[in-house]
Design a protein around this ligand. Structure first.
Ligand code: SF4
Ligand code: F3S
Ligand code: FES
Length: 235
């Protein structure tokens, strides 16, 4: 089949603002959008810039807007988006070049929620591991799946309004550790997210949940953080 891609282009060295360039080429319905972007870069225009690494939905580096929706280019098949495809950078972050945005504000917010295991107590007697029941592990299973692609945060109108908002990705990662019963910093993290630029900036818009390529129930997770703050309970 023949596909036409309308791609947002911006080169800070020569452009005042972005513009679109159009490429028409042959593709298989089972090609991924990433395959076609690679072909355009390899055969038509080597200056086209976008991030990608694993090409298998794991590294989270190729989130972009495809026909107006945040998706991973490596997980999106041509047959699912049609013959005319518009490709743009995600919203809410500064464009560095073409489809590449400045992820620093995103990762700054991520770091604020202490996204790592904290437990300074001595290891159990066998010195090997801190055991956890399957039920306790299940409590935060969904939020362990995050690959930090940013598709959620950059689809959230509250984040578009202000990148001071921690955003759904940071809150998902706060949830992952707050509900881990082996961790000892839940209270500290709850204090961090209990803020007008924390969970209370979420207005339950659900764009994040729709955008997540890992199908994490993000709005539900943020709701559980709000509930924990209101009740003082983590169950
Ligand atoms: Fe990406 Fe989902 Fe993680 Fe958000 S929660 S950064 S959409 S994987
Ligand atoms: Fe934004 Fe998701 Fe809340 S889109 S407002 S973080 S439910
Ligand atoms: Fe790694 Fe798409 S290139 S998730």
């Amino acid at each position: 089949m023949q596909v036409t891609l309308k791609i947002s282009r911006y080169n800070p060295e020569v452009d005042k603002t972005f513009h679109y360039e159009t490429y028409t080429l042959e593709a298989e319905p089972t090609d991924r959008v990433l395959d076609v972007l690679e072909r355009i870069k390899g055969q038509y225009d080597g200056t086209l810039s976008f991030r990608r690494s694993c090409a298998h939905g794991i590294c989270g580096s190729d989130a972009m807007r495809i026909n107006g929706r945040n998706m991973l280019a490596c997980k999106t098949l041509i047959r699912d988006v049609g013959e005319k495809i518009t490709v743009e950078p995600v919203l809410g972050l500064r464009i560095i070049k073409d489809l590449i945005v400045d992820m620093e504000p995103f990762f700054d917010n991520y770091k604020k929620v202490l996204p790592y295991f904290i437990n300074d107590s001595p290891l159990p007697e066998d010195g090997k591991e801190r055991l956890q029941s399957p039920e306790a592990r299940l409590r935060f299973d969904d939020t362990t799946k995050c690959i930090l692609c940013g598709a959620c945060t950059t689809s959230c109108p509250s984040f578009w309004a202000s990148d001071e908002y921690l955003g759904p990705a940071a809150l998902v990662n706060a949830h992952r550790f707050i509900f881990d019963d082996r961790d000892q910093a839940a209270a500290e993290r709850l204090q961090i997210v209990n803020d007008v630029v924390g969970v209370w900036r979420c207005h339950t818009i659900f764009n994040c949940t729709v955008a997540c390529p890992r199908e994490i129930q993000i709005t539900k997770a943020i709701g559980e953080l709000k509930m924990a703050l209101e009740t003082g309970k983590l169950d």
